[in-house]
Design a protein around this ligand. Structure first.
Ligand code: S3P
Length: 177
């Protein structure tokens, strides 16, 4: 079956939301940000959802959303950084789209997320050793889920979006434009 959605996955601060915007301009697909969608549906910010109901509840909302998105076509879906940690999520994404992994070095990530308190996982842990350790734990999951990987350090969202488009066009991916 041809795949017709693009899922952007990767650690916090790898540029999923900004790259999704550029890719949306480039391909003319609508973009959906899973964090923004969940916050809007719940009428609460992500930190408020974590605070009120806990992380597990938030993770269930993510999985529920992926079940709905599987029926969509030609969407660019920018996923929260924990999305690839559940095998059920990975299966849902791979069945309905191409999974694109964005990567960055811990120092780049820290630079991008510093001063932003909207990520409960990083609040109180804004330092390179913590990011490095969590990234090392998550990397095998990200790498197993991603069908295309793009490094984002020192590159503009436009360059990254163009590289993704090129890889989708390479013939190695069965993508339906
Ligand atoms: C999370 C990443 C966040 C958001 C939530 C949890 C994570 O999304 O889903 O705070 O566990 O990595 P971004 O990757 O868009 O920051």
């Amino acid at each position: 079956m041809k795949k017709c959605n693009i899922y952007l996955i990767g650690f916090m601060g790898t540029g999923k939301t900004t790259v999704s915007r550029k890719l949306s301009e480039l391909l003319g697909f609508e973009e959906i940000d899973t964090d923004a969608w969940i916050a809007c549906q719940q009428g609460q910010s992500i930190p408020e959802i974590f605070e009120s109901y806990g992380e597990h509840f938030f993770r269930d909302l993510e999985t529920e959303l992926l079940h709905r998105l599987g029926k969509e076509k030609h969407k660019i879906i920018s996923c929260g950084g924990g999305m690839a940690m559940r095998q059920e999520n990975v299966t849902l994404m791979q069945e309905s789209g191409v999974v694109v992994l964005l990567t960055a070095e811990p120092e780049t990530i820290l630079h991008r997320v510093q001063g932003d308190d909207s990520r409960p996982i990083l609040n109180g842990n804004m330092n390179v050793p913590y990011i490095q350790e969590l990234l090392a734990k998550r990397l095998p999951y990200y790498e197993a889920a991603g069908e295309i990987a793009v490094a984002t350090d020192s590159r503009s969202p436009q360059e990254i979006a163009e590289e993704i488009e090129k890889k989708l066009n390479s013939g190695k991916i069965y993508f339906d434009f």
